[in-house]
Design a protein around this ligand. Structure first.
Ligand code: E4P
Length: 214
């Protein structure tokens, strides 16, 4: 499973990169707005830090506008994947961008039929938002499971990015289902490393070793 960081904060991305298990980054307009800096400059900086795909989203809502924005993002760096919203205009854009070999990630996926349409349009990735579904008492992981089954049934190469992750169990459940990628906030990424028994065990090992030195 690939780990993406779901942030536009370059400090967090650099820290995660140092840990050696980071495979890519997803951003969205909200995350970029949080940084309060020129979004193009931020994406450029992220591309310098990360080895894998860096997702940048369009804000146009019409097909031509999305394509123009996607081309501008793609010119910035070869790592760029363009996030396109799951709309009719978006799917027209995805299909044309696929012809231009510009990779796309169809975002705001909330149903299996939307994921199927996106894959048929030629999306490189789809992003089901599990947390936002769970927030409404719907089952986000159930959606991921159905998308994986549909893609397997027909041999779609579109990769599944489990997005809108809220806690480490979302990552574990996504991995158990065989999702290609989990994209998560830095706070969740950090928690993946931790267990109190690891800390207690290490403290004991070091204390016992110290006794030997006396
Ligand atoms: C990533 O591609 C999505 O934009 C992101 O995971 C959405 O997360 P949220 O539901 O926490 O805003």
């Amino acid at each position: 499973m690939k780990f993406f960081l779901d942030t536009a904060n370059v400090r967090e991305i650099a820290q995660a990169q140092e840990l050696g298990v980071l495979d890519g980054v997803t951003t969205n307009p909200t995350l970029l707005a949080k940084e309060g800096r020129d979004p193009v400059q931020v994406i450029r900086e992220i591309c310098k830090i990360v080895d894998g795909p860096v997702n940048a989203e369009v804000i146009s809502t019409d097909c031509d506008g999305m394509i123009a924005e996607a081309r501008r993002w793609a010119e910035l760096d070869e790592k760029i994947v363009v996030k396109i919203p799951m709309t009719r205009e978006g799917m027209k854009a995805v299909s044309r961008l696929a012809d231009e070999d510009i990779p796309t990630n169809v975002t705001l996926i909330f149903s299996p039929s939307q994921a199927l349409i996106a894959a048929k349009a030629g999306a490189s990735y789809v992003s089901p938002f599990v947390g936002r579904l769970d927030d409404r008492s719907e089952n986000g992981m159930d959606l991921v499971s159905k998308i994986i089954q549909i893609f397997d049934n027909y041999g779609f190469e579109t990769e599944v990015i489990v997005a809108s992750i809220r806690h480490p169990m979302h990552v574990v459940e996504a991995a158990l289902l065989g999702a290609d990628i989990a994209t998560m906030p830095y706070s969740v990424f950090e928690k993946l490393f931790e267990h109190p028994l690891t800390d207690v065990g290490l403290a004991q090992f070091l204390k016992d070793w110290e006794k030997l030195q006396r």
